[in-house]
Write a protein that binds this ligand. Structure first.
Ligand code: MF3
Ligand code: CO
Ligand code: CO
Length: 293
C-alpha cells in the first residue's frame, strides 16, 4: 500500500502572477464584491457560442494541469501551468482576484487546488503532492466576456483502492446529475440523483457549496444543490440555460469548516473528498456538456 499523508497544512503562497494588459479582466478584479448579475440564466445562441469557447479552454487547461499531478509537484507549480495555459489562449483565469467574503482577501491564484480532506477553494502554495493524494483542480476561463468553469480529481501516482473508488463514484455521480437535467424539471432533481447515488457507497454529498449559473457572470445567483433540496430550489430547467454541476463527495461526514485564510474548506472529520465539475447548456433535447477539450 502506498503511504498516505498526514493532514494537509497551509504552505507558502507565491507572489501574484502577472496578466498582460491585453487580456480583458472580469469586472470584479480589484473590487470588493462581484456585481450581482441580473440577466437571468437563459442565454441567446451567440452568448452560448462564446461560453462554448471559454468552456473548451477551461477543459483543455484542466487536462494540461491534470497531466502534471504527480508526486513531488507543488500546487504552486500546478497554478503556474494553468495560469500560463489561460494566457496562451487569450483567456483570463477567473479565480485570480475573485472577491472574498466581506473583509476577506481576494482569491490570489489562477485555479483552486484542493488536496485530500480539502473540499474546495484550496489556494495553490508550496505544498508538495505525495503518492496517493487526491488533488482536485478547479479552473475557470474568461474570454469574450463569459466564463467556463470545470474541476477534476486527479490521484498522484498510485491511489489506494478507497481513493480510487471515491473518485470514480464522484465522476459517475456528476454524470448522473447532468443526465437528470432535462428541460421542464426542477433543478432540485439534480442533487436528488447525486445524493442518492453517493449514499449507495456510503458517501456524503457536500451541502454548503453548490453548482451555479455561469456565463456572463462567474456565479449568476442560480444555485444547483448537490443534495435533495425539494421543495426548495424549484427553478425550472429551460433550453438555453447554462449552469455547473459540481458535486463534492466525502468518504465520511460532509460537515466542514473554513481555514482562517478565508478560502480553504476542509471536512471536520478529515475524511477525503473528490469533486468533478462541468459547465452544461440545456438544449431542447437535454443537457450538453460544454467543458470538453
Ligand atoms: N470554480 C469555483 C466554482 O466552481 C469557484 C472558485 S472561486 C475561488 O464555483 F475564488 F475560490 F477561486
Ligand atoms: Co469551478
Ligand atoms: Co463552479
Amino acid at each position: 500500500m502506498s503511504p498516505v499523508r498526514e493532514k494537509v497544512i497551509k504552505g507558502v503562497v507565491s507572489p501574484w502572477r502577472e496578466v498582460p494588459a491585453a487580456i480583458t479582466r472580469p469586472e470584479y478584479v480589484g473590487k470588493k464584491r462581484a456585481t450581482v448579475w441580473g440577466g437571468g440564466d437563459v442565454h441567446d445562441a451567440e452568448t452560448i457560442e462564446k461560453i462554448r469557447i471559454s468552456a473548451r479552454i477551461a477543459a483543455q487547461a484542466l487536462a494540461e494541469v491534470g497531466r502534471h499531478v504527480v508526486p513531488g509537484v507543488t500546487t504552486d507549480e500546478l497554478d503556474r501551468i494553468g495560469h500560463e495555459f489561460c494566457l496562451d489562449h487569450d483567456a483570463y483565469p477567473s479565480t485570480l482576484g475573485y472577491p472574498g467574503a466581506a473583509g476577506r482577501p481576494a482569491f490570489p491564484k489562477a485555479l483552486c487546488t484542493s488536496v485530500n480532506e480539502v473540499i474546495c477553494h484550496g489556494i495553490p502554495d508550496s505544498t508538495v503532492i505525495e503518492e496517493g493524494d487526491i488533488v482536485k483542480v478547479d479552473i475557470t476561463a474568461f474570454k469574450n466576456g463569459v466564463h467556463g468553469d470545470n474541476c477534476g480529481s486527479f490521484i498522484a501516482g498510485e491511489g489506494s483502492p478507497e481513493a480510487t473508488k471515491l473518485v470514480e463514484v464522484t465522476h459517475e455521480a456528476m454524470m448522473r446529475g447532468i443526465k437528470a437535467a432535462q428541460p421542464g424539471r426542477q433543478v432540485n432533481i439534480i442533487g436528488r440523483v447525486i445524493e442518492k447515488y453517493a449514499a449507495r457507497f456510503g458517501y456524503e454529498s457536500v451541502r454548503s457549496y453548490t453548482g451555479h449559473g455561469v456565463g456572463p457572470a462567474f456565479h449568476t445567483g442560480l444555485i444547483i444543490p448537490h443534495y435533495d433540496a425539494a421543495p426548495h430550489h424549484d427553478d425550472v430547467i429551460e433550453p438555453g440555460m447554462v449552469f455547473t454541476v459540481e458535486p463534492m463527495l466525502c468518504m465520511g461526514s460532509e460537515e466542514n469548516h473554513e481555514w482562517d485564510d478565508g478560502w480553504t474548506v476542509v471536512t471536520d472529520d478529515g475524511s477525503w473528498v473528490a469533486q468533478f465539475e462541468h459547465t452544461i447548456v440545456i438544449t431542447e433535447n437535454g443537457p450538453e456538456v460544454l467543458t470538453l477539450p
